[in-house]
Design a protein around this ligand. Structure first.
Ligand code: GLU
Length: 299
């Protein structure tokens, strides 16, 4: 087996909190224990919410925790041409299509036939009813339209990939570990035509994360169990783009005292606040249930 490579991929849209610290430490500890490499990626494709000062602060927080990375951080906003090229490939194969539906259009289309019943949802919320989906066998006549929302045609995609599978070493979709199998039919019915490029971004979280995990040579994706359900979308995109499949490790989520998941707006739980109050990196480790690190540097 080759070298183990893990990563931490925060979005600079707010302060890092205890949940981020846990995620970064788990991935970093794993790489160090295996003699592998740990990488940082700044997920700043949402230009309206990302701020350079949050990026500076997260770098500072991670260094304070004793985390180091083995290559310069990859910034997703520098990688937009690569995402565009990947989208062009999917477009030329008739696997993505442009969609003009607003959220309201989708809700209206879904509520019409079965009044009263809750419309089905998948990893990205409401399952797209297919209003803009082209007929089977669609071959695009021209180049990909710019500035459009683009959806993955899951039926067409599954005809190419067949059933999906990946390896999970943490918390899988039903809490299980090992080989996770996702039948093509479940992708069509339970995930549907997800957005792979947003009009305002020229990409999406799903496309960029898959592309960059491959670009950075990540072998083990460690991240919170809130992303377990999105993983099937990532596995589908890897197969369609001929990218290597990493092992996934979805870890437990850090909750606040009331048992609520931490969100970036919970500034009260920001690492910076604990730092300001005199906590040490080992105090943070203790708070998230990780083993202490010996030595003066870790405090
Ligand atoms: N950028 C994502 C976040 O901050 C994490 C993406 C991932 O680890 O795959 O929630």
């Amino acid at each position: 087996m080759g070298e183990l490579v893990t990563r931490f991929a925060p979005s600079p849209t707010g302060p890092l909190h205890l949940g981020h610290a846990f995620s970064a430490l788990v991935a970093h500890d794993m790489a160090r224990a295996a003699g592998g490499r740990f990488l940082l990626r700044i997920e700043d494709i949402d230009r309206s919410r990302s701020r350079p000062e949050w990026e500076r602060q997260l770098v500072d927080d991670l260094h304070w925790l004793g985390i180091t990375w083995d290559a310069p951080p990859l910034r997703q906003s520098d990688n937009l041409p690569a995402y565009a090229a990947a989208l062009n490939r999917l477009w030329a194969r008739g696997l993505i299509y442009s969609c003009r539906c607003s959220r309201r259009d989708i809700e209206a289309a879904l509520s019409a036939p079965q009044e009263g019943a809750e419309p089905p949802t998948g990893p990205d919320g409401l399952i797209y009813p297919g209003t803009c989906r082209p007929a089977p066998g669609f071959v695009p006549a021209g180049p990909r339209p710019e500035g459009a929302n683009l959806r993955l045609n899951m039926r067409a995609a599954m005809r190419e990939t067949g059933d999906l599978a990946y390896t999970e070493t943490g918390i899988g979709p039903g809490g299980q570990t090992g080989e996770i199998r996702i039948p093509a039919a479940a992708m069509i019915a339970g995930t549907g035509d997800v957005v792979v490029a947003r009009r305002d971004m020229g990409t999406s979280y799903h496309l960029s994360v898959v592309f960059d995990d491959a670009a950075q040579g990540v072998t083990h994706v460690m991240r919170g169990a809130d992303l377990t359900e999105a993983t099937r979308i990532h596995v589908a995109l890897q197969r369609l783009l001929d990218l290597p499949a990493p092992v996934y490790h979805h870890h437990r989520l850090i909750r606040d005292e009331a048992g609520k998941r931490l969100a970036k707006r919970d500034d009260a739980l920001a690492l910076a606040r604990y730092r300001a109050e005199g906590a040490t990196p080992n105090d943070i480790r203790r708070m998230v249930g990780l083993a202490q690190v010996p030595g003066p540097k870790a405090g």
